[in-house]
Design a protein around this ligand. Structure first.
Ligand code: SIN
Length: 435
């Protein structure tokens, strides 16, 4: 399995590939590629071949949806006029320098939340989990107009469920999104990714993929795309809020997946939990900074590498989770390299390929996902060209990761509270489940 350090360097790409992907208005430009973050770090620089099949461009008029003009694998491509509604939130890369981060105070508001989330759910019209381990969707809640008690419940629910989804949040403009996130703590300013055109929003991360974006899936391993936000920081984020402003219609792709690190910890054997609990891992921003430099983009803060515990405790739930990040972990500290590589490969597999740990969200415009980076990884998906996908993200700087050896786990608590059976971890038998 490829590791971060094996990722292809842009300068090593064959020049034909660069010229295919890198031509814009007749001018050759370096191809951009993602580094453990969402697709759409850059404006598209690719024109589809002339002979490519045009997508369906007329909107279905039938009151029966698209049943009369359904085309398998084809979706309606939105035609944008000159005045794009979110022009001010398009990406830019300001060439400025920020000092290294200093410690910021953090007290998790989730600790003040009601255990039954009664304030948040008081007027909700529906709430349901995606599966027992991760992901909850709530209807009938307006994120732009929450009381402080509701915000505390929201934090507690996100920490409990890993990720919480809200549909069609019309009132949550960028100012409301920042304000809501700021209630939870200081907003992280990303050193390399795009910020909005509008001045004063440097703590907002812009994700933008244009209509004719290249398909870049071949440039990295799918495992590598799994990540938790900016974990190389000394105080990596707790809550990230992501709102999709413009995106593919239903069926057009661009889903996001989350993977629970509570559940990842719980699926390990007791000896493995014990071993990993004794280790720290290096999380590095170097590759991200290198990628930006190769694109002649500014690196606004010097990249850092930080050692964090490989198992951590969430201060809100008191549950242990794995704290591994396929996108940023480069090394396990204090063990031979062969062993470090094997642990990284093993944890990559656990995080990326265990379906029980995963929740997958199919976005519609205006939808919001709020997740806890301390106990989840997430992965964007590709393959939605030629649709535009534009999203804005805010992330809250949290506590320095720690492990409380006396803390419990999600599985232990669900088992004690609700009698949910614990997963068997004895793999010594032989069975072929396939049919
Ligand atoms: C992210 O990686 O933070 C965003 C994921 C997405 O664009 O779906």
């Amino acid at each position: 399995m490829l590791k971060a350090s094996h990722l292809i360097s842009i300068s090593s790409l064959p020049s034909w590939l660069l010229s295919v992907f890198g031509t814009v208005l007749g001018k050759s430009q370096p191809i951009s590629y993602p580094i453990a973050m969402a697709p759409g770090l850059v404006e598209p620089q690719f024109r589809p071949p002339h002979n490519s099949t045009p997508a369906q461009t007329t909107k279905p008029s039938s009151t029966f949806g698209n049943v009369h003009n359904y085309l398998p694998g084809r979706t309606v491509v939105e035609q944008y006029d000159e005045t794009y509604e979110y022009e001010q939130l398009r990406p830019r890369f300001p060439d400025v320098q920020w000092p290294p981060y200093e410690t910021v105070p953090y007290v998790d508001k989730g600790q003040l939340g009601d255990p039954n989330f009664k304030h948040l759910l008081a007027h909700a019209t529906d709430v349901f989990d995606y599966n027992p381990k991760i992901g909850t969707e709530i209807h009938g809640v307006d994120l732009a107009n929450l009381t402080d008690l509701q915000k505390n419940d929201l934090a507690r629910l996100i920490a409990t469920r890993g990720v919480v989804f809200f549909r069609d949040q019309k009132n949550l403009g960028i100012d409301e999104q920042r304000k809501l996130s700021q209630y939870f703590g200081s907003l992280h300013k990303h050193a390399t990714t795009a910020v909005p055109q509008r001045e004063g929003l440097e703590d907002v991360h812009v994700i933008y993929t244009g209509e004719n974006s290249p398909d870049m899936r071949a440039l990295f391993t799918p495992t590598f795309l799994w990540h938790s936000d900016v974990t190389y920081e000394v105080q990596p984020p707790s809550y990230t809020c992501l709102k999709v402003l413009t995106g593919p219609p239903r069926g057009g792709g661009g889903d996001t997946l989350w993977s629970s690190q509570y559940a990842a910890y719980d699926m390990l054997s007791a000896p493995m939990q014990h071993y990993l609990s004794s280790l720290t891992a290096l999380h590095s921003a170097d590759l991200q900074a290198q990628g930006s430099r190769e694109l002649q983009r500014p690196v606004r803060r010097a990249p850092v590498t930080t050692a964090h515990p490989l198992v951590r405790t969430n201060p809100v739930t008191g549950w242990k989770s794995l704290f591994f990040n396929p996108g940023f972990v480069t090394k396990i500290v204090g063990v031979p390299k062969t062993e470090s590589d094997a642990v990284i490969a093993f944890l990559n597999e656990v995080v990326a390929t265990s379906p029980e740990l995963h929740a997958r969200f199919q976005w519609r415009q205006g939808d919001v996902a709020f997740w806890d980076n301390r106990c989840t990884n997430h992965s964007a998906t590709y393959g939605f060209a030629p649709h535009r996908r534009h999203a804005v993200r805010t992330a809250v700087q949290a506590e320095k990761p720690y492990l409380d050896p006396g803390s419990t786990s999600q599985e232990a608590e669900l088992s004690a509270r609700h009698g949910v059976p614990k997963a068997s971890k004895d793999g010594s038998g032989i069975v072929n489940y396939n049919d």
